[in-house]
Write a protein that binds this ligand. Sequence first.
Ligand code: PEP
Ligand code: MN
Length: 336
Amino acid sequence: MIVVMQTGSTQADIDAVLERLKEYNLQGHLTIGAERTVVAVVGATIPPTLREEMEYFSGVKETVRITQPYKLVSREVRPDDTIVEVRGVKVGGGSTVVIAGPCSVESEEQIMESARAVREAGASMLRGGAFKPRSSPYTFRGLGELGLRLLAQARDETGLPIVTEVMTPTDVDLVARYADVLQIGARNMQNYQLLEEVGRTGMPVLLKRGLSATIEEWLLSAEYVIAQGNPNVILCERGIRTFETATRNTMDLNAVALAKRRTHLPVIADPSHGTGKWYLVGPLALASIAAGADGVILEVHPDPDRAKSDGGQSLNPENFAALMPKIAAVAAAVRG
Ligand code: PEP
Ligand code: MN
């Protein structure tokens, strides 16, 4: 349920609402939007009489039941776009962000070369995994803390904020010391302890959609983060499992457009994992922006043929640089 405050309601009115919710053991999340101030009420059981009771409170305009199972991520609670700010880079709210870099951090030379190349071409953030979730335990699983240190070094030189994955609740403190955005991988989308732990950091979180997760499940996972008081969630569509085997995954662009409608959170797309083929990354990156994505995350490697992970879906720096103006042109066309 949401409690919509009247324009001109006072802080004391809002405090009185929050206070009463506390007496019911409910959480009240305040959203001050351009048009209206609302208190979103979340909790296991909302007493049936609460809606009516709240409508008599001073400064309350009306109460509205939230129809979706997710609450705080819903546009019903916050009609305006959320803008997640990462060291001055804005994600959401009409800009187009390009996050680029290798699948994994492999060496100092490799990450520095990648960072310089993507920076040169105009990327606004650097990606790179130090802790890698791999389908086979016998493949390269990342450099761990050394990888994080190398990412920090790349940020120091290029100024690009870094996006890197955290795989377990116990690693959150460590990864948070280096990262600017904590990536939750597709395989961990429903690791609820991990979601709560990254929620508690208050840091920007990039939440990949699970391989077989419905849009509703994805948004409910975002709700776990926001329920911890952390509104800085960026959703990422990265392709889902379907009957199709010609591509690694199937980019679900319906999900991009629908998520933009259902939630106020920024939504970006990952056509590298979504297609698994470097030559499909460009077309699907453009299609994602056309479908309304707030940006893309792309795997770029200085020498894809020798990459330790995901080389087949990584762009080389030349192809990445050639794609950048096309992304800008599509963004300009769809944003009008
Ligand atoms: C990645 O970004 O390299 C990655 C492992 O992504 P996903 O979790 O979407 O598979
Ligand atoms: Mn990858």
